[in-house]
Design a protein around this ligand. Structure first.
Ligand SMILES: Cc1cc2nc3c(=O)[nH]c(=O)nc-3n(C[C@H](O)[C@H](O)[C@H](O)COP(=O)(O)O)c2cc1C
Length: 393
């Protein structure tokens, strides 16, 4: 066994020990002394203390710690630009995921005070804890942006090392940072010294398929004081093609002592258990499968807790869509929200009977009321078709 593996093993034993001692007592500040623990989690922890279930038992029931932030379960909503805005994140939290991540936010935009960028930091108590992801290339700007994110009240800061869109790579940001370890190190050290927030990175495999770059990037991050690493194991050139190489998640888990968050190709709730079993990852991050399907979180939680698997029925689907419209109007204002809902409401009816006709109907709607009425009518008729002797809709 090499010296590095022994070192990693010792760190892991210490990590488990620190969970045992720190987790049951929220009044003890986390390793970086930030002092904040989400009130919901405090509540859960308090009930565990009352029930006398301490130490290792708590650790093995699915709690996870990132810096001083304790997550109530191992499910995380992935950051998705143009998708994981506040209304969408609220739905995911309602279905039980433990942490939501913002869309990626430009460090430059924040530092230069762009209103559009700063608006991405808006949050709502019901979605907390919230991780805000920033992307950038200049260590000084990223450090300043990190301070802005902390001042805005985020619970966690994530650094984007995975975006492979050409526009971002041209700026030397996203996955481009994975091939500039010195600059990455400077950025992470600067950010770590400037904020007390729990800090994570989200990366890809890197620029070649071996995974060596991901492992060295994670080690640099760990040395700089990053509290957890998330990996979507596809290369920069792969985009979304092929399949995610979960074996790299397992290798990463053996290579660093901070928690590892696995991501990529979770299509169904049972994939969560499969990824955990195959890789030993500490948490699972779900992206595309949650689009129009926040129930994947409650279904995966049911599996984790060995409770019966549940499909959302029509009334539940309807209420979720109505809440999505409500939250969107609250957040974006009616005009913009209705425009967005014209394409997004259809995500939630995909696969249901007559969904494509319904999607065509809503493309011309102009008000919140019209949108709500159309959704209610569609679901009422759908409910009717499920009864005997229904009329076609
Ligand atoms: C539309 C879309 C937007 C995305 N935007 C981001 C982003 O802003 N930041 C990021 O780190 N990853 C982003 N990703 C990648 C996802 O977070 C995730 O890594 C990827 O989709 C793989 O996970 P999945 O198979 O569960 O979807 C995006 C993915 C999609 C499909």
């Amino acid at each position: 066994m090499g010296r590095y593996r022994i070192y990693t093993l010792i760190l892991r034993v210490l990590k488990v020990a620190s969970h045992c001692y720190l987790l049951p007592n929220p009044s003890i500040p986390g390793p970086r002394g930030g002092g904040f623990i989400n009130p919901d989690v405090e509540h859960v922890l308090a009930s565990y203390q009352q029930s006398g279930r301490l130490g290792l038992i708590t650790y093995t029931t699915g709690f996870m710690r990132i810096g001083n932030l304790v997550l109530e379960n191992p499910l995380i909503l992935a950051p998705m630009a143009g998708i994981t805005h506040l209304p969408f994140r609220r739905l995911a939290r309602e279905e039980g995921c433990a942490l939501v991540v913002s869309e990626m936010v430009s460090a430059n935009g924040l530092v230069h005070g762009s209103k559009k960028t700063t608006d991405l930091l808006r949050s709502h108590p019901s979605e907390r804890p919230l991780s805000v992801q920033i992307f950038g290339a200049d260590p000084e700007i990223m450090k300043e942006a990190a301070q802005i994110v902390q001042s805005a009240g985020a619970d966690l800061l994530d650094i984007n090392l995975g975006c492979s869109v050409r526009r971002i790579i041209r700026q030397r940001a996203g996955v481009a940072l994975m091939r500039e370890p010195k600059r990455l190190e400077a950025a992470l050290k600067g950010i770590r010294s400037a904020v007390t927030l729990p800090l994570t990175i989200k990366m890809r495999t890197g620029w070649e398929p071996s995974g060596k770059q991901a492992i060295s990037t994670a080690r640099i991050a760990e040395d700089c004081g990053v509290d957890a690493v998330a990996i979507h194991p596809r290369t920069a050139v792969q985009g979304f093609s092929g399949t995610a190489d979960w074996s790299l998640i397992a290798r990463l888990k053996d290579s660093v002592s901070v928690p590892v968050i696995g991501n990529g190709d979770i299509h169904r709730p049972d994939d969560v258990l499969r990824m955990q079993r195959q890789t030993g990852c500490d948490a699972v991050m779900i992206g595309r499968a949650a689009i129009g399907n926040p129930w994947i979180f409650s279904q995966a939680l049911d599996l984790i807790n060995s409770t019966p698997h549940r499909e959302p029925d029509l009334p539940e689907r309807l209420q979720t869509v109505l809440r999505y419209i409500e939250y969107s109007v609250e957040h974006f204002g009616e005009g913009r929200a209705v425009l967005m809902m014209r394409s997004r409401v259809g995500w939630f009816t995909k696969g249901l009977p007559h969904s494509s006709r319904f999607r065509t109907t809503i493309t011309s709607l102009k008000t919140k009321q019209d949108m709500m009425d159309a959704v209610r009518t569609y679901f009422d008729r759908l409910q009717g078709t499920m009864q005997p002797d229904h009329q076609p809709i």
